[in-house]
Design a protein around this ligand. Sequence first.
Ligand code: FAD
Ligand code: PYC
Length: 415
Amino acid sequence: MKRYSAFAIAREALRHHTGWERAWASPAPRKRYKVIIVGAGGHGLATAYYLGKNHGITDVAVIEKGWLGGGNTGRNTTIIRSNYLQDPSAAIYEKARALYEDLSQDLNYNVMFSPRGVMMLAQTEHEVRGYLRTAHANALQGVETEFVGPDRVKELCPIINIEGPRYPVLGALWQPRGGTARHDAVAWGYARACSAMGMHIIQQCEVTGVRSEGGRVTGVETTKGEIGCDSLGIVVAGHSGVLAEMAGFRLPIESVALQALVSEPIKPCMDVVVMANTVHGYMSQSDKGEMVIGGGADGYNNYTQRGSFHHIEETVRALVETFPMISRLKMLRQWGGIVDMTGDRSPIISPTPLGGCYINCGWGTGGFKAIPGSGWAMADMIAKGAPGPLCADFGLDRFRAGRFIDESVAAGVAH
Ligand code: FAD
Ligand code: PYC
Protein backbone atom coordinates (compact mmCIF):
# COMPACT_ATOMS: atom_id res chain seq x y z
CA MET A 1 0.00 0.00 0.00
CA LYS A 2 1.36 3.41 -0.95
CA ARG A 3 1.31 5.85 1.97
CA TYR A 4 -0.76 9.02 1.75
CA SER A 5 1.34 12.16 2.22
CA ALA A 6 1.60 15.79 1.14
CA PHE A 7 4.18 14.62 -1.40
CA ALA A 8 1.75 12.02 -2.84
CA ILE A 9 -0.98 14.68 -3.22
CA ALA A 10 1.43 16.99 -5.05
CA ARG A 11 2.65 14.16 -7.28
CA GLU A 12 -0.89 13.09 -8.18
CA ALA A 13 -1.95 16.68 -8.82
CA LEU A 14 0.81 16.85 -11.45
CA ARG A 15 -0.29 13.62 -13.18
CA HIS A 16 -4.06 14.20 -13.14
CA HIS A 17 -4.69 11.81 -10.23
CA THR A 18 -4.01 8.72 -12.33
CA GLY A 19 -1.74 7.06 -9.80
CA TRP A 20 -4.03 6.47 -6.82
CA GLU A 21 -4.57 2.83 -5.87
CA ARG A 22 -7.85 1.39 -4.64
CA ALA A 23 -7.96 1.89 -0.90
CA TRP A 24 -8.77 -1.78 -0.21
CA ALA A 25 -8.93 -5.00 -2.22
CA SER A 26 -12.16 -6.92 -2.93
CA PRO A 27 -11.01 -10.54 -2.96
CA ALA A 28 -13.10 -13.72 -3.37
CA PRO A 29 -13.34 -15.60 -0.07
CA ARG A 30 -10.86 -18.38 0.68
CA LYS A 31 -12.05 -21.73 2.06
CA ARG A 32 -10.76 -21.01 5.55
CA TYR A 33 -9.36 -18.27 7.81
CA LYS A 34 -7.95 -18.30 11.31
CA VAL A 35 -10.44 -15.61 12.36
CA ILE A 36 -13.70 -14.51 10.75
CA ILE A 37 -15.33 -11.26 11.84
CA VAL A 38 -18.97 -10.82 10.81
CA GLY A 39 -19.84 -7.16 10.20
CA ALA A 40 -17.65 -4.53 8.52
CA GLY A 41 -18.80 -1.63 10.67
CA GLY A 42 -16.30 0.35 12.72
CA HIS A 43 -16.20 -2.18 15.55
CA GLY A 44 -15.67 -5.20 13.25
CA LEU A 45 -12.97 -3.47 11.20
CA ALA A 46 -11.20 -2.12 14.30
CA THR A 47 -11.21 -5.64 15.77
CA ALA A 48 -9.54 -6.97 12.61
CA TYR A 49 -7.04 -4.10 12.60
CA TYR A 50 -5.89 -4.61 16.21
CA LEU A 51 -5.76 -8.41 15.69
CA GLY A 52 -3.10 -7.66 13.09
CA LYS A 53 -1.40 -4.70 14.69
CA ASN A 54 -1.33 -5.85 18.34
CA HIS A 55 -1.28 -9.65 17.97
CA GLY A 56 0.24 -10.37 14.55
CA ILE A 57 -2.88 -12.28 13.42
CA THR A 58 -3.53 -11.38 9.78
CA ASP A 59 -5.26 -14.54 8.48
CA VAL A 60 -8.55 -12.72 8.97
CA ALA A 61 -11.72 -12.18 6.90
CA VAL A 62 -14.26 -9.48 7.64
CA ILE A 63 -17.59 -10.49 6.10
CA GLU A 64 -20.19 -7.81 5.34
CA LYS A 65 -23.65 -8.32 3.93
CA GLY A 66 -23.84 -4.80 2.44
CA TRP A 67 -21.04 -2.32 1.94
CA LEU A 68 -18.44 -1.59 4.60
CA GLY A 69 -19.44 1.21 6.94
CA GLY A 70 -23.04 1.12 5.60
CA GLY A 71 -24.58 0.20 8.96
CA ASN A 72 -24.69 2.46 12.01
CA THR A 73 -21.05 3.45 11.52
CA GLY A 74 -22.02 5.47 8.43
CA ARG A 75 -25.30 6.68 9.93
CA ASN A 76 -24.34 8.21 13.26
CA THR A 77 -23.89 11.80 14.36
CA THR A 78 -20.18 11.25 15.17
CA ILE A 79 -20.10 12.46 18.78
CA ILE A 80 -17.06 11.30 20.73
CA ARG A 81 -16.85 11.63 24.52
CA SER A 82 -15.91 9.50 27.52
CA ASN A 83 -17.92 11.18 30.31
CA TYR A 84 -19.52 7.97 31.60
CA LEU A 85 -20.23 7.24 35.26
CA GLN A 86 -19.03 3.71 36.02
CA ASP A 87 -15.34 2.75 36.15
CA PRO A 88 -15.42 0.00 33.47
CA SER A 89 -17.20 2.38 31.07
CA ALA A 90 -14.86 5.30 31.73
CA ALA A 91 -11.90 2.97 31.09
CA ILE A 92 -13.02 1.69 27.69
CA TYR A 93 -14.55 4.95 26.41
CA GLU A 94 -11.50 6.96 27.49
CA LYS A 95 -9.17 4.40 25.90
CA ALA A 96 -11.17 4.87 22.69
CA ARG A 97 -11.14 8.67 22.94
CA ALA A 98 -7.39 8.64 23.53
CA LEU A 99 -6.83 6.37 20.51
CA TYR A 100 -8.93 8.77 18.40
CA GLU A 101 -6.44 11.55 19.23
CA ASP A 102 -3.85 10.07 16.86
CA LEU A 103 -5.87 7.61 14.83
CA SER A 104 -5.22 9.56 11.63
CA GLN A 105 -1.47 9.16 12.07
CA ASP A 106 -1.81 5.52 13.12
CA LEU A 107 -3.95 4.59 10.09
CA ASN A 108 -2.28 7.06 7.68
CA TYR A 109 -5.84 8.16 6.90
CA ASN A 110 -7.43 11.44 7.91
CA VAL A 111 -10.38 10.56 10.16
CA MET A 112 -10.86 14.29 10.86
CA PHE A 113 -10.91 13.91 14.64
CA SER A 114 -12.00 17.28 15.97
CA PRO A 115 -11.69 17.61 19.77
CA ARG A 116 -13.87 20.73 19.83
CA GLY A 117 -15.51 19.94 23.18
CA VAL A 118 -18.83 18.34 24.10
CA MET A 119 -21.32 19.73 26.59
CA MET A 120 -24.33 17.95 28.02
CA LEU A 121 -26.78 20.56 29.27
CA ALA A 122 -28.30 20.28 32.73
CA GLN A 123 -31.85 21.64 32.55
CA THR A 124 -33.34 20.26 35.78
CA GLU A 125 -32.02 20.10 39.36
CA HIS A 126 -31.98 16.32 38.97
CA GLU A 127 -29.65 16.62 35.97
CA VAL A 128 -27.41 19.09 37.83
CA ARG A 129 -26.95 16.54 40.62
CA GLY A 130 -26.42 13.72 38.11
CA TYR A 131 -23.75 15.57 36.12
CA LEU A 132 -21.98 16.83 39.25
CA ARG A 133 -21.76 13.21 40.33
CA THR A 134 -20.35 12.24 36.92
CA ALA A 135 -17.80 15.07 37.04
CA HIS A 136 -16.62 13.85 40.47
CA ALA A 137 -16.45 10.24 39.24
CA ASN A 138 -14.54 11.33 36.13
CA ALA A 139 -12.01 13.19 38.29
CA LEU A 140 -11.29 9.94 40.14
CA GLN A 141 -11.12 8.01 36.85
CA GLY A 142 -8.67 10.42 35.22
CA VAL A 143 -11.22 11.56 32.62
CA GLU A 144 -11.04 15.32 32.04
CA THR A 145 -14.54 16.77 32.53
CA GLU A 146 -15.95 19.63 34.53
CA PHE A 147 -19.36 20.92 35.59
CA VAL A 148 -19.75 24.49 34.31
CA GLY A 149 -22.38 27.13 35.12
CA PRO A 150 -24.79 28.83 32.69
CA ASP A 151 -22.50 31.82 32.04
CA ARG A 152 -19.72 29.54 30.84
CA VAL A 153 -22.25 27.61 28.72
CA LYS A 154 -23.25 30.86 27.01
CA GLU A 155 -19.59 31.80 26.53
CA LEU A 156 -18.79 28.43 24.95
CA CYS A 157 -21.88 28.42 22.76
CA PRO A 158 -23.38 31.92 22.30
CA ILE A 159 -26.33 30.70 20.19
CA ILE A 160 -27.87 28.79 23.13
CA ASN A 161 -31.00 30.25 24.68
CA ILE A 162 -30.09 30.01 28.37
CA GLU A 163 -33.59 30.98 29.55
CA GLY A 164 -35.32 28.24 27.54
CA PRO A 165 -39.11 28.36 27.16
CA ARG A 166 -39.55 24.95 28.80
CA TYR A 167 -36.40 24.50 30.89
CA PRO A 168 -33.63 26.98 31.71
CA VAL A 169 -30.01 25.93 31.26
CA LEU A 170 -28.64 25.44 34.80
CA GLY A 171 -25.17 24.33 33.74
CA ALA A 172 -23.49 21.60 31.75
CA LEU A 173 -21.12 18.66 31.96
CA TRP A 174 -18.24 19.87 29.76
CA GLN A 175 -15.60 17.60 28.23
CA PRO A 176 -13.09 19.84 26.43
CA ARG A 177 -11.33 16.98 24.56
CA GLY A 178 -14.56 15.36 23.39
CA GLY A 179 -15.68 16.13 19.86
CA THR A 180 -16.37 14.51 16.52
CA ALA A 181 -14.67 12.54 13.73
CA ARG A 182 -15.67 11.76 10.17
CA HIS A 183 -17.60 8.48 10.54
CA ASP A 184 -17.03 7.07 7.01
CA ALA A 185 -13.35 7.87 7.24
CA VAL A 186 -13.04 5.82 10.42
CA ALA A 187 -14.44 2.76 8.62
CA TRP A 188 -12.46 3.45 5.44
CA GLY A 189 -9.20 4.06 7.34
CA TYR A 190 -9.45 0.80 9.27
CA ALA A 191 -10.49 -1.09 6.11
CA ARG A 192 -7.53 0.22 4.15
CA ALA A 193 -5.10 -0.66 6.94
CA CYS A 194 -6.59 -4.19 7.26
CA SER A 195 -6.37 -4.76 3.53
CA ALA A 196 -2.75 -3.59 3.55
CA MET A 197 -1.99 -6.29 6.15
CA GLY A 198 -3.38 -8.92 3.74
CA MET A 199 -6.75 -9.37 5.45
CA HIS A 200 -9.82 -10.04 3.29
CA ILE A 201 -12.78 -7.68 3.45
CA ILE A 202 -15.62 -9.48 1.71
CA GLN A 203 -18.58 -7.22 0.95
CA GLN A 204 -22.02 -8.17 -0.43
CA CYS A 205 -21.72 -11.47 1.43
CA GLU A 206 -24.36 -12.26 4.04
CA VAL A 207 -23.71 -14.75 6.83
CA THR A 208 -26.75 -17.03 6.87
CA GLY A 209 -25.65 -19.72 9.34
CA VAL A 210 -23.01 -20.62 11.91
CA ARG A 211 -21.44 -24.11 11.74
CA SER A 212 -20.16 -25.94 14.80
CA GLU A 213 -18.93 -29.34 15.94
CA GLY A 214 -18.67 -30.64 19.49
CA GLY A 215 -19.73 -27.27 20.95
CA ARG A 216 -17.08 -25.32 19.00
CA VAL A 217 -17.46 -23.04 16.01
CA THR A 218 -16.07 -24.41 12.72
CA GLY A 219 -17.19 -21.78 10.23
CA VAL A 220 -20.03 -19.84 8.67
CA GLU A 221 -22.50 -20.33 5.82
CA THR A 222 -22.71 -17.32 3.56
CA THR A 223 -24.31 -16.23 0.31
CA LYS A 224 -20.86 -16.87 -1.23
CA GLY A 225 -20.55 -20.39 0.20
CA GLU A 226 -19.22 -22.00 3.37
CA ILE A 227 -16.12 -20.53 4.96
CA GLY A 228 -14.23 -22.27 7.78
CA CYS A 229 -12.55 -20.59 10.77
CA ASP A 230 -10.90 -21.31 14.12
CA SER A 231 -12.48 -18.28 15.84
CA LEU A 232 -15.54 -16.22 15.02
CA GLY A 233 -16.29 -12.65 16.09
CA ILE A 234 -19.89 -11.44 15.74
CA VAL A 235 -19.97 -7.64 15.46
CA VAL A 236 -23.26 -6.77 13.77
CA ALA A 237 -24.91 -4.13 16.04
CA GLY A 238 -28.70 -4.12 15.37
CA HIS A 239 -28.61 -7.67 13.94
CA SER A 240 -26.82 -9.23 16.91
CA GLY A 241 -29.91 -11.18 18.00
CA VAL A 242 -30.22 -12.67 14.50
CA LEU A 243 -26.60 -13.86 14.44
CA ALA A 244 -26.78 -15.12 18.03
CA GLU A 245 -29.76 -17.26 17.09
CA MET A 246 -27.71 -18.77 14.24
CA ALA A 247 -24.99 -19.57 16.78
CA GLY A 248 -27.50 -21.15 19.17
CA PHE A 249 -27.78 -18.64 22.03
CA ARG A 250 -29.98 -15.71 23.03
CA LEU A 251 -29.04 -12.13 23.84
CA PRO A 252 -30.63 -9.58 26.20
CA ILE A 253 -30.82 -7.07 23.34
CA GLU A 254 -33.61 -5.06 21.74
CA SER A 255 -33.21 -3.55 18.28
CA VAL A 256 -34.74 -0.12 17.74
CA ALA A 257 -34.40 2.62 15.14
CA LEU A 258 -32.52 5.82 15.95
CA GLN A 259 -32.63 8.64 13.47
CA ALA A 260 -30.75 11.80 12.59
CA LEU A 261 -31.06 14.69 10.16
CA VAL A 262 -28.90 17.44 8.67
CA SER A 263 -29.78 20.96 7.61
CA GLU A 264 -28.67 22.99 4.65
CA PRO A 265 -25.13 24.34 5.18
CA ILE A 266 -24.78 27.70 6.93
CA LYS A 267 -21.86 29.88 8.04
CA PRO A 268 -19.96 28.72 11.16
CA CYS A 269 -22.18 29.37 14.19
CA MET A 270 -21.16 26.83 16.84
CA ASP A 271 -17.79 25.21 17.44
CA VAL A 272 -18.77 22.79 20.20
CA VAL A 273 -21.12 19.81 20.38
CA VAL A 274 -24.25 20.33 22.50
CA MET A 275 -26.53 17.61 23.86
CA ALA A 276 -29.79 18.70 25.51
CA ASN A 277 -31.02 15.47 27.00
CA THR A 278 -34.02 16.76 28.97
CA VAL A 279 -35.69 18.10 25.84
CA HIS A 280 -34.23 15.28 23.64
CA GLY A 281 -32.08 16.92 21.04
CA TYR A 282 -28.43 17.35 20.21
CA MET A 283 -26.59 19.34 17.57
CA SER A 284 -23.17 20.08 16.13
CA GLN A 285 -21.98 21.78 12.96
CA SER A 286 -20.19 19.74 10.32
CA ASP A 287 -17.12 21.02 8.48
CA LYS A 288 -19.40 21.63 5.47
CA GLY A 289 -21.60 23.89 7.60
CA GLU A 290 -24.62 21.57 7.94
CA MET A 291 -26.21 21.36 11.36
CA VAL A 292 -26.08 17.68 12.39
CA ILE A 293 -29.12 16.89 14.51
CA GLY A 294 -30.53 13.94 16.42
CA GLY A 295 -32.98 13.05 19.14
CA GLY A 296 -34.38 10.04 20.96
CA ALA A 297 -34.73 6.45 19.80
CA ASP A 298 -37.99 4.86 18.68
CA GLY A 299 -40.11 3.53 21.52
CA TYR A 300 -40.72 0.12 19.93
CA ASN A 301 -38.56 -2.67 18.48
CA ASN A 302 -38.10 -2.72 14.73
CA TYR A 303 -35.59 -3.34 11.95
CA THR A 304 -36.35 -0.37 9.72
CA GLN A 305 -33.52 2.02 8.92
CA ARG A 306 -35.89 4.99 9.00
CA GLY A 307 -37.33 6.01 12.36
CA SER A 308 -40.78 7.32 13.29
CA PHE A 309 -41.97 10.60 11.84
CA HIS A 310 -43.12 12.13 15.14
CA HIS A 311 -39.52 12.02 16.44
CA ILE A 312 -38.46 14.53 13.79
CA GLU A 313 -41.02 17.03 15.02
CA GLU A 314 -40.13 16.41 18.69
CA THR A 315 -36.39 16.74 18.03
CA VAL A 316 -36.66 19.86 15.92
CA ARG A 317 -38.98 21.47 18.48
CA ALA A 318 -36.45 20.79 21.25
CA LEU A 319 -33.60 22.26 19.23
CA VAL A 320 -35.51 25.36 18.12
CA GLU A 321 -36.21 26.05 21.81
CA THR A 322 -32.54 25.59 22.65
CA PHE A 323 -31.15 27.41 19.60
CA PRO A 324 -33.86 29.86 18.37
CA MET A 325 -31.63 31.02 15.47
CA ILE A 326 -32.15 27.70 13.64
CA SER A 327 -35.93 28.16 13.40
CA ARG A 328 -35.89 28.95 9.68
CA LEU A 329 -33.29 26.38 8.63
CA LYS A 330 -34.28 23.90 5.93
CA MET A 331 -33.54 20.25 6.56
CA LEU A 332 -31.74 18.41 3.76
CA ARG A 333 -31.72 14.71 4.70
CA GLN A 334 -33.06 12.34 7.34
CA TRP A 335 -32.08 8.71 7.92
CA GLY A 336 -32.08 6.01 10.59
CA GLY A 337 -30.03 3.10 11.87
CA ILE A 338 -30.89 0.04 13.96
CA VAL A 339 -29.29 0.25 17.38
CA ASP A 340 -28.79 -2.67 19.76
CA MET A 341 -29.95 -1.76 23.27
CA THR A 342 -29.10 -3.62 26.48
CA GLY A 343 -31.05 -3.06 29.70
CA ASP A 344 -28.15 -1.32 31.45
CA ARG A 345 -27.15 0.66 28.31
CA SER A 346 -23.66 -0.85 28.41
CA PRO A 347 -22.09 -3.02 25.72
CA ILE A 348 -21.46 -6.76 25.62
CA ILE A 349 -17.90 -7.83 24.72
CA SER A 350 -17.85 -11.46 25.62
CA PRO A 351 -17.16 -15.12 24.94
CA THR A 352 -20.40 -16.96 24.14
CA PRO A 353 -21.80 -20.41 24.98
CA LEU A 354 -20.37 -21.60 21.63
CA GLY A 355 -16.62 -22.31 21.93
CA GLY A 356 -14.42 -20.04 19.80
CA CYS A 357 -17.30 -17.64 19.15
CA TYR A 358 -17.13 -14.12 20.62
CA ILE A 359 -19.63 -11.31 20.51
CA ASN A 360 -19.34 -7.52 20.57
CA CYS A 361 -22.67 -5.66 20.61
CA GLY A 362 -25.03 -3.61 22.76
CA TRP A 363 -23.40 -0.25 22.04
CA GLY A 364 -26.88 1.05 21.41
CA THR A 365 -27.05 4.75 20.64
CA GLY A 366 -23.43 5.41 21.61
CA GLY A 367 -20.88 3.09 20.00
CA PHE A 368 -19.21 5.33 17.44
CA LYS A 369 -17.10 6.97 20.12
CA ALA A 370 -15.99 3.54 21.37
CA ILE A 371 -14.77 2.03 18.09
CA PRO A 372 -10.99 2.07 18.68
CA GLY A 373 -11.23 0.91 22.33
CA SER A 374 -13.81 -1.75 21.53
CA GLY A 375 -11.76 -3.12 18.63
CA TRP A 376 -8.67 -3.16 20.84
CA ALA A 377 -10.47 -5.12 23.60
CA MET A 378 -12.25 -7.53 21.23
CA ALA A 379 -9.03 -8.33 19.35
CA ASP A 380 -7.26 -9.01 22.64
CA MET A 381 -10.06 -11.39 23.71
CA ILE A 382 -10.06 -13.29 20.40
CA ALA A 383 -6.25 -13.55 20.31
CA LYS A 384 -5.99 -14.79 23.92
CA GLY A 385 -9.28 -16.72 24.11
CA ALA A 386 -10.40 -14.85 27.25
CA PRO A 387 -11.54 -11.29 28.08
CA GLY A 388 -8.82 -8.89 29.18
CA PRO A 389 -9.11 -6.05 31.73
CA LEU A 390 -10.75 -3.56 29.31
CA CYS A 391 -13.77 -5.79 28.71
CA ALA A 392 -13.90 -8.29 31.60
CA ASP A 393 -16.86 -6.46 33.18
CA PHE A 394 -18.86 -6.39 29.94
CA GLY A 395 -19.46 -10.16 29.78
CA LEU A 396 -22.80 -11.79 29.03
CA ASP A 397 -22.73 -13.40 32.48
CA ARG A 398 -23.46 -10.02 34.10
CA PHE A 399 -27.12 -10.35 33.10
CA ARG A 400 -27.43 -13.64 35.00
CA ALA A 401 -25.50 -12.32 38.00
CA GLY A 402 -27.33 -8.96 38.08
CA ARG A 403 -23.99 -7.12 37.90
CA PHE A 404 -25.31 -4.30 35.75
CA ILE A 405 -23.18 -1.38 34.59
CA ASP A 406 -25.92 1.23 34.60
CA GLU A 407 -25.20 3.99 32.09
CA SER A 408 -28.74 5.09 31.30
CA VAL A 409 -27.89 8.73 32.14
CA ALA A 410 -24.51 8.82 30.39
CA ALA A 411 -25.99 7.26 27.25
CA GLY A 412 -27.45 10.72 26.79
CA VAL A 413 -30.00 9.78 24.16
CA ALA A 414 -33.62 9.21 25.18
CA HIS A 415 -34.69 5.57 24.85
P1 FAD B 1 -22.52 -1.21 12.30
O1 FAD B 1 -21.77 -0.05 11.77
O2 FAD B 1 -24.00 -1.20 12.19
O3 FAD B 1 -21.91 -2.49 11.57
C1 FAD B 1 -22.50 -3.77 11.64
C2 FAD B 1 -22.42 -4.38 10.26
O4 FAD B 1 -22.86 -5.73 10.32
C3 FAD B 1 -23.34 -3.67 9.26
O5 FAD B 1 -22.55 -3.09 8.24
C4 FAD B 1 -24.24 -4.78 8.77
O6 FAD B 1 -24.56 -4.69 7.39
C5 FAD B 1 -23.43 -6.03 9.07
N1 FAD B 1 -24.24 -7.25 9.17
C6 FAD B 1 -25.40 -7.41 9.85
N2 FAD B 1 -25.86 -8.68 9.68
C7 FAD B 1 -24.96 -9.32 8.89
C8 FAD B 1 -24.87 -10.63 8.35
N3 FAD B 1 -25.82 -11.55 8.58
N4 FAD B 1 -23.81 -10.95 7.56
C9 FAD B 1 -22.84 -10.03 7.31
N5 FAD B 1 -22.88 -8.76 7.79
C10 FAD B 1 -23.91 -8.42 8.57
N6 FAD B 1 -22.63 6.72 18.64
C11 FAD B 1 -21.79 7.65 19.15
O7 FAD B 1 -20.84 7.31 19.86
N7 FAD B 1 -21.97 8.98 18.89
C12 FAD B 1 -23.02 9.43 18.15
O8 FAD B 1 -23.15 10.63 17.92
C13 FAD B 1 -23.93 8.48 17.65
N8 FAD B 1 -25.00 8.88 16.93
C14 FAD B 1 -25.83 7.97 16.37
C15 FAD B 1 -26.86 8.43 15.56
C16 FAD B 1 -27.65 7.52 14.86
C17 FAD B 1 -28.77 8.04 13.99
C18 FAD B 1 -27.41 6.12 15.01
C19 FAD B 1 -28.25 5.11 14.26
C20 FAD B 1 -26.40 5.65 15.86
C21 FAD B 1 -25.60 6.57 16.54
N9 FAD B 1 -24.54 6.16 17.35
C22 FAD B 1 -23.69 7.09 17.89
C23 FAD B 1 -24.31 4.74 17.61
C24 FAD B 1 -23.24 4.16 16.69
O9 FAD B 1 -23.51 4.51 15.35
C25 FAD B 1 -23.17 2.64 16.80
O10 FAD B 1 -23.10 2.24 18.16
C26 FAD B 1 -21.92 2.10 16.10
O11 FAD B 1 -21.77 2.68 14.84
C27 FAD B 1 -22.03 0.61 15.96
O12 FAD B 1 -20.97 0.19 15.13
P2 FAD B 1 -20.89 -1.30 14.69
O13 FAD B 1 -19.64 -1.47 13.93
O14 FAD B 1 -21.10 -2.17 15.88
O15 FAD B 1 -22.20 -1.51 13.81
O1 PYC C 1 -23.54 8.69 22.53
O2 PYC C 1 -22.91 10.77 22.53
C1 PYC C 1 -23.64 9.86 22.13
C2 PYC C 1 -24.65 10.13 21.13
C3 PYC C 1 -24.99 11.34 20.66
C4 PYC C 1 -25.96 11.12 19.74
C5 PYC C 1 -26.21 9.79 19.65
N1 PYC C 1 -25.39 9.20 20.52
